[in-house]
Structures are given as structure tokens and as C-alpha cells.
Design a protein around this ligand. Structure first.
Ligand code: ADP
Ligand code: MG
Length: 246
């Protein structure tokens, strides 16, 4: 296995509070690696350091063999360390397919004018339809984004971020705010990404974690207390005590 992203002794202190406390972990290429832990454990703080929104107080972040600890977020994205776009970055009056095409076109480095969307070349549409084809959203390709459900928009965000061809996707609670059926669909979408992109998945929904994750790390009070597969995590008394609460 090849490690694509790793942290060495990552510490993030906020006045008086250590949100990540000497976190070292490795993300293996091709895997879905879940990060779980109680509220306030430091999961989002870790993700923010990985994507560059927060600079660590101490420690290093290596991505694809290079030190990216102090790189700006956009420079990390350019290297393939991707975050999902926010719903707010979608173009509400345009269709699912047009939104995807704009993202594909942007990745190709073409002059990004919204009007170009109609003139996009064949290869843009081919890649757009490829990305949409394997997902439930493929059936909604001609719907304008303003008419999508919240769950569908979250799916589109995810697919739009794939247009950038990231090597790694950092997902902070992609099921948050979704109903049961929408969560199930999101799980299916994420399953479809297995093998295409490496994923670090922060998620509260344990059904989703157990359905998706190749490996799971448990963060408690800023420290990783255990990393293992679903069986090992479910069987750990320490994890149950610290997190599952029984
Ligand atoms: P999680 O995502 O696991 O719920 P967070 O990473 O959001 O946890 O927060 C970890 C801890 O750091 C919490 O105690 C939170 O209040 C604190 N924290 C997060 N961001 C900041 C900040 N910008 N300033 C001060 N404290 C923060
Ligand atoms: Mg969080």
C-alpha cells in the first residue's frame, strides 16, 4: 500500500485548548478512511489543517511525498488535495449537467466564463456525462439546481469536486442534515467512488461509516486512540467507552 497523505505530530492549540494533540496518521491510496469521535474531539480542526484553512501549531503534513504544511488551500487543491465545494458555489439557475460541465471546463484550464458553458467542447460534455452517469443524479441531469432537494445538492457538490480530479477528498460530515433515504443515496454515491479517489471521511452516522470505511480512526480529546477496520473498532472496549457511550 502507498501512503498518500500523512500527518506527523499535528498539534493545534486555540487559546488554552489543544484541539488536535500530536495527531499522526496515514491515509493509504485508494482507501476510504473514516475519522470518528465525539463532538468537539477535533475532527473538523484536523480537516481544516489538512486543507489549509488552519495552520498547525506544531507538526507536519505530507501529501504525495511533499511537505504541504504551510501551503495555501488553493495550492493544495491544485496538487490534488481536494475539499468539496459548498452548495453556495453551485449555479442555481443552471442544470446539474451545466454545473458539472463548468467544473470540468475549469479543471481543463479553459477561460471560465459562464457563457462558455454552451460552447463547451465535446470532451467537456463527455467527461461531464461520465461523471454523472454512474450516479443517481445522472437521471436528474437536466434539472436546474434550484429545483434539487438538499440531498441532491450535496451529491452534486461531491461530483463537482471530482471534476477537479483530486487524488484525495476530505469530507467533513457529508450526511449532515440528510434524511434516511438521502443518506442511503449518499452512501451509494460514495461507494461508487471507491477505487477512483482516496477519501478521508469524517462522519457521525455510524451505519455510513461501517458501510463505507476500509479503516477507521477514533479521535477523542484531540488524540487518535485507535485505528483499525470496522470489526476491530466495534470490538474495542476502549472505543465503546470513549465514543459509543456504553
Ligand atoms: P469536532 O469536529 O470533532 O466536533 P472541532 O474540531 O470542531 O471538533 O473542535 C475541537 C475543539 O476545538 C472544540 O473544543 C472546539 O470548541 C474548539 N475549536 C474549534 N475551532 C476553534 C476556534 N477557531 N477557536 C477556538 N476554539 C476552537
Ligand atoms: Mg466537526
Amino acid at each position: 500500500m502507498t501512503t498518500i497523505l500523512e500527518t506527523h505530530g499535528l498539534v493545534k492549540r486555540f487559546a488554552g485548548l489543544t484541539a488536535t494533540d500530536n495527531v499522526s496518521f496515514a491515509l493509504e491510496e485508494g482507501q476510504i478512511h473514516a475519522l470518528i469521535g465525539p463532538n468537539g474531539a477535533g475532527k473538523s480542526t484536523l480537516i481544516h489543517q489538512l486543507c489549509g484553512n488552519l495552520l498547525p501549531t506544531e507538526g507536519r503534513i505530507m501529501f504525495a511525498g511533499q511537505d504541504v504544511t504551510r501551503l495555501a488551500p488553493a495550492a493544495r487543491v491544485a496538487r490534488g488535495l481536494g475539499r468539496t465545494f459548498q452548495v453556495t458555489s453551485l449555479l442555481g439557475e443552471f442544470t446539474v449537467r451545466q454545473n458539472m460541465a463548468v467544473a470540468v471546463q475549469a479543471r481543463m484550464g479553459r477561460n471560465l466564463r459562464i457563457l462558455d458553458r454552451m460552447n463547451a467542447r465535446r470532451d467537456v460534455w463527455d467527461e461531464t456525462d461520465d461523471l454523472l452517469g454512474g450516479s443517481p443524479l445522472g437521471r436528474r441531469a437536466d434539472i436546474v439546481v434550484d429545483d434539487l432537494s438538499h440531498g441532491e445538492r450535496k451529491q452534486l457538490e461531491l461530483l463537482v469536486s471530482l471534476a477537479g480530479r483530486p487524488k484525495v477528498l476530505l469530507l467533513d460530515e457529508p450526511m449532515a442534515g440528510l434524511g434516511h433515504a438521502e443518506s442511503q443515496e449518499m452512501i451509494d454515491v460514495l461507494k461508487g467512488l471507491r477505487g477512483k479517489v482516496t477519501i478521508l471521511l469524517v462522519e457521525h452516522d455510524m451505519d455510513a461509516v461501517f458501510a463505507l470505511a476500509d479503516r477507521i480512526s477514533v479521535l477523542v480529546y484531540g488524540r487518535i486512540i485507535m485505528t483499525g477496520n470496522a470489526e476491530e473498532i466495534a470490538a474495542s472496549a476502549e472505543v465503546r467507552e470513549a465514543y459509543l457511550g456504553n
